[in-house]
Design a protein around this ligand. Structure first.
Ligand code: 5RP
Length: 222
């Protein structure tokens, strides 16, 4: 069962004529953009902004109108994936490296709909390594600061070079084991000079659409 596709297609039903839509990034968001492209071909009138170069490219190929950020005051709905969702609908995102743009777009959105397969649901965040976007300058010091929070950071690599985000930054994947208080860790991380943003999305998801192995779809609301 393709649980990602199930969730993605259900979430796209929420999008109606006249909306400005935020397009997420990742393999689940890919299905949502694909479905949205079909609906646009059938006549749905929307405009969109994208959270990554690859999502923007996919949207343009499908004929989804992408507008400049300067022309958008509010986004009606953003549809995006997640790496983990806890019992309070808090998220870890950034496995695909787009967390900064995803957070900027989610923060401008009246509703953030998160689409996941049921394997992403956890009671407490932290099994999935928490991505933290850091600037390349003196990144060794930033990694040390993350280390001092007992986060066991590892610089994400792309072959033998550091992985570089769409914003020209690096990613430190942190292993916290359990994150019982995402808001507290979020504040500590963003207080470190050199940290641009982290993958904890606290109080941002309004709705989580979960695709299940039995073919059903569950909608959780904040
Ligand atoms: C990218 C993300 C993705 O939404 C997250 O990694 C989930 O990806 P996928 O849908 O491929 O499992 O945050 O930065």
């Amino acid at each position: 069962m393709n649980t990602k596709k199930l969730a993605a297609e259900q979430a796209v039903e929420e999008i109606t004529d006249g909306m400005t839509v935020g397009l997420g990034t990742g393999s689940t968001a890919y299905y949502a953009i694909e479905k949205l492209g079909e609906r646009v071909k059938e006549g749905l009138q929307i405009r969109a902004v994208a959270t990554s170069k690859r999502s923007e490219e996919q949207a343009r190929e499908l004929g989804i109108p992408i507008v400049p950020f300067a022309e958008v005051k509010r986004i009606d709905i953003t549809v995006d994936g997640a790496d983990e969702v806890d019992d309070n609908l808090e998220l870890i995102k950034g496995g695909g490296g787009a967390l900064l743009r995803e957070k900027i777009v989610a923060a401008r959105s009246d509703r953030m709909i998160v689409i996941v397969g049921e394997n992403k649901m956890v009671s407490t965040l932290g099994q999935f390594p928490l991505p933290v976007e850091i600037v390349p300058f003196a990144h060794e010091w930033t990694l040390e600061a993350l280390e001092s929070l007992d986060l066991n950071p590892g610089l994400r690599m792309d072959g033998d070079q550091p992985y570089v985000t769409d914003n020209g930054n690096y990613i430190a994947d942190c292993r916290a084991e359990a994150i019982p208080d995402p808001a507290a860790l979020h504040a500590k991380l963003n207080d470190i000079p050199g940290v641009v943003e982290n993958g904890l999305f606290v109080s941002m998801a309004h709705t989580v659409v979960v695709g299940r192995e039995d073919g059903s779809v569950q909608t959780l609301r904040r």
